[in-house]
Design a protein around this ligand. Structure first.
Ligand SMILES: Nc1ncnc2c1ncn2[C@@H]1O[C@H](COP(=O)(O)OP(=O)(O)OP(=O)(O)O)[C@@H](O)[C@H]1O
Ligand code: SF4
Ligand SMILES: [Mg+2]
Length: 330
């Protein structure tokens, strides 16, 4: 792998809640090379958005953040807020927020919203900023006339493209996309995915792509991280995770995707995600796992190697040859 530009080590996000601390992200570590896309997948509440907001240092006030985030050798969590805002947020790491379409300002023309970060940065004339906005709209394949339109005049897919162009305005090294296509119909979703692939290739951006849809993530991403209850359950090359999934949770996620030509109903994951203020003992997936055995409820498994650059948080990885036996979809 190329040299990593992002190193995340043992990242933790804990929210203060009336029922006690909630560990939404609980010791997540990964690296990302320039031009590499990591897909983060998992059910609702797994901690995907909390992880993304931690990288942007935009967590709500009731959150505590711990661990290490190093971008191109700079320890981001050691920077004070002013330095982070001036040097990192939007400039080196940018994000398209989950459900942000509605956050576009309804009374400001789209082009002016795209330009705003450039003008705020200073040192750029209004004419130059406008030119740059027109270029960015072109990058996301929007016609130039969109510049003078208001958000309500755009379709959902167009608004999503505007948000992507806004995130690109200060030429970040890392782009985080949190469910960028989940509100769109399948055709528009496919167009945006194609576009993201082009952008990744053309700009050499590193990206974190968050979705609950593992098939969608594997389309764009080089690496897949499957999150369960605040932890990575599986991490590895997208192709390996998709074709040789190890973790029982990943296997159930994959079995739950409806496929063309599939006989019968797609599978479903039994039970529901745990209450994160009181997570299960041992392996957090054990109350729902079809392969649970004695050790699982007592001891928490670490991420164990199951292939080249491929890891699974499952005790079955310690039983050579036994890991594929008896899975429900086989
Ligand atoms: N501000 C907050 N205060 C307290 N708890 C929170 C807060 N934000 C999120 N949580 C909790 O943290 C956990 C992780 O939430 P998060 O939004 O990161 O999950 P997610 O994987 O992005 O889910 P989704 O797929 O629904 O977007 C959940 O249990 C959620 O209820
Ligand atoms: S450690 Fe046990 S409970 Fe957890 S995923 Fe593996 S088999 Fe299932
Ligand atoms: Mg989310």
């Amino acid at each position: 792998m190329e040299q990593a530009i992002l190193n995340v080590k043992n990242l933790r996000v804990a929210y203060r809640t009336p029922s006690g601390p909630l560990a939404a992200v609980d010791g997540v570590s990964f690296s990302l090379a320039a031009g590499e896309a990591l897909g983060l997948v998992g059910e609702s509440g797994a901690g995907k958005s909390s992880l993304a907001l931690a990288l942007m240092r935009l967590l709500p006030r009731n959150a505590a953040l711990e661990g290490q985030v190093e971008l191109e050798g700079v320890d981001l969590l050691a920077l004070d807020e002013e330095a982070f805002r001036r040097e990192v947020r939007w400039r080196r790491i940018a994000m398209v927020f989950q459900g942000a379409q509605e956050a576009l300002n309804p009374v400001v023309k789209v082009g002016e919203q795209v330009v705003e970060p450039l003008l705020l940065q200073g040192g750029v004339s209004k004419g130059e900023a406008q030119k740059e906005a027109a270029r960015l709209l072109e990058v996301v394949r929007l016609p130039a006339e969109v510049y003078g339109r208001y958000p309500h005049e755009l379709s959902g897919g167009m608004k999503q493209r505007v948000l992507i162009s806004m995130a690109l305005v200060l030429k970040p090294r890392l782009l985080i996309l949190d469910e960028p296509t989940s509100a769109l119909d399948v055709t528009v979703q496919a167009q945006i995915m194609d576009q993201l692939k082009d952008l990744k290739r053309e700009l050499g951006l590193a990206a974190v792509f968050i979705t609950h849809d593992i098939a969608l993530a594997s389309d764009l991403c080089d690496t897949l991280g499957v999150m369960y209850a605040g932890k990575l359950a599986e991490l590895g090359p997208a192709e390996a995770v998709l074709t040789r999934p190890h973790n029982p949770y990943t296997r159930l996620l994959l079995a739950s995707i409806p496929r063309l030509g599939q006989e019968g109903q797609p599978g479903f994951i039994p039970g529901s995600p745990p209450d994160m203020t009181a997570p299960p003992s041992g392996c957090r997936f054990h109350p729902r796992c079809p392969r649970v055995f004695g050790r699982c409820s007592r001891e928490e498994p670490p991420l164990l190697p199951v292939g080249e650059g491929h890891y699974s948080r499952c005790w079955l990885a310690e039983l050579p040859g036994a890991s594929r036996r008896g899975m429900p979809e086989e």
